[in-house]
Design a protein around this ligand. Structure first.
Ligand code: COI
Length: 367
């Protein structure tokens, strides 16, 4: 698809942009442009454009407001050590976006159109990509249903795809890596078999806020979701996957363990990258279920030395403490960021910023 280019006449000043880039935070400021592409049952994808960032006008009857047909992605553009800007495994996000869309009976977007939309936005707004450790340009592709109709017979017959961008620092604060405290959500459920848990759709996050608020009230950073049937098996966290580091203390290699993919948890790009990187760093990697009692017992026995959250926004964030209803609480290892977590983080960030070799060709140069 050819995109029409309509750039801003007066983008923000260098001073204003400089002030944002000095301390970007997460998801608070947006760049000068966005990309939009429309889909209509009769036309397929059409009207691709790069245009000034701004409000989208929609009828109150648009399907997305009522039946929640919306899916999205989270990605980052990184300023490269050797110059230029690159994305990280964007084709994996494109594939997941289309799986999310299919789950909500929305049309898939060709991978080339998805990638091109990201590329033209990043190239146009390249001045907005911050430098500095852990900083990046966060990209948010999304699709919404725009059909003006309240009937609930068939999915919407028109959609809008949008990509916009936001300069970002580390999700869990600019102050560096700090251990998270997490809340076991035993009251609420994120996903059940046959549902939308494996899709990155707004509805999953809407339903998660009540638990997330409960966790924050309990002094925690993030929720840990458990399985819907037994409320025992760990699935994922609020907006990220979870890993455990096991060290049997018998001289065998440390092992990173994460719950296996089912239709109730999101297949994270960072999760997949770490499973592939671990053996290259002398770590065993395993996808296996972990129950809450096992988690607690392994920590008590000193066999689980670390745990961490991972995701595009979160990167890799160590987990220091677990809390749950009825005063349940325990510490993981010594409660501080551990060596395996930090080694994986260093390797992943090194590849993403072009500081380390990229043998799997994960880095996708944009400009
Ligand atoms: C991401 O990591 O990109 C996400 O979409 C998670 C969100 C909670 C910020």
């Amino acid at each position: 698809m050819d995109f029409e280019i309509h750039t801003c006449e007066r983008p923000v000043s260098d001073e204003e942009r400089g002030a944002v880039l000095a301390a970007p935070g997460f998801g608070r400021t947006f760049t000068d442009h966005m990309v939009t592409v429309r889909w209509d049952e009769g036309l397929g994808w059409y009207d691709g454009r790069l245009e000034p960032y701004g409000p989208i006008s929609l009828d109150p009857s648009a399907s997305v407001f009522h039946y929640g047909q919306e899916c999205f992605e989270g990605m980052k553009a990184y300023r490269q050590d050797g110059g230029g800007i690159a994305l990280f495994r964007p084709e994996v996000n494109a594939a997941r976006f289309n799986r999310s869309a299919a789950r909500l009976a929305m049309p898939g977007i060709p991978e080339q159109t998805f990638l091109r939309a990201l590329e033209i936005l990043v190239a146009q707004d390249s001045d907005w990509v911050p430098d500095g450790a852990g900083n990046s340009l966060y990209l948010r592709p999304l699709m919404i249903a725009t059909q003006h109709e309240l009937g609930f017979t068939l999915p919407s017959r028109s959609y809008l795809f949008v990509v916009f961008a936001s300069p970002a620092t580390a999700y869990f604060g600019a102050e560096g890596v700090r251990p998270l405290t997490v809340w076991l959500s035993e009251e609420y459920t994120r996903a059940a078999p046959g549902g939308t848990g494996a899709a990155k759709v707004g509805g999953n996050y809407a339903a998660a806020f009540a638990a997330q608020r409960q966790g924050v009230t309990e002094g925690c950073d993030q929720v840990v979701w458990l399985d819907a049937a037994e409320h025992t098996w760990v699935e994922e966290m609020g907006g990220m996957n979870v890993f455990f580091v096991l060290d049997e203390g018998d001289g065998s290699r440390p092992r990173i363990v994460t719950p296996p993919l089912t239709d109730t948890l999101l297949p994270g790009v960072t999760r997949d990258s770490l499973l592939q990187l671990a053996p290259k760093l002398g770590l065993d990697a395993e996808e296996r279920p972990m129950s809450v009692p096992q988690w607690q017992q392994l920590c008590a026995a000193g066999k689980m030395t670390e745990a961490f959250a991972c995701g595009t926004a979160a990167v890799i964030a160590p987990i220091g403490k677990v809390k749950g209803a009825g005063g349940k609480a325990w510490t993981i290892g010594d409660g501080e960021p551990g060596p395996v977590t930090m080694r994986l983080r260093e390797e992943l960030l090194g590849i993403q910023y072009g500081q380390l070799p990229d043998p799997s060709a994960w880095v996708h140069k944009v400009c």
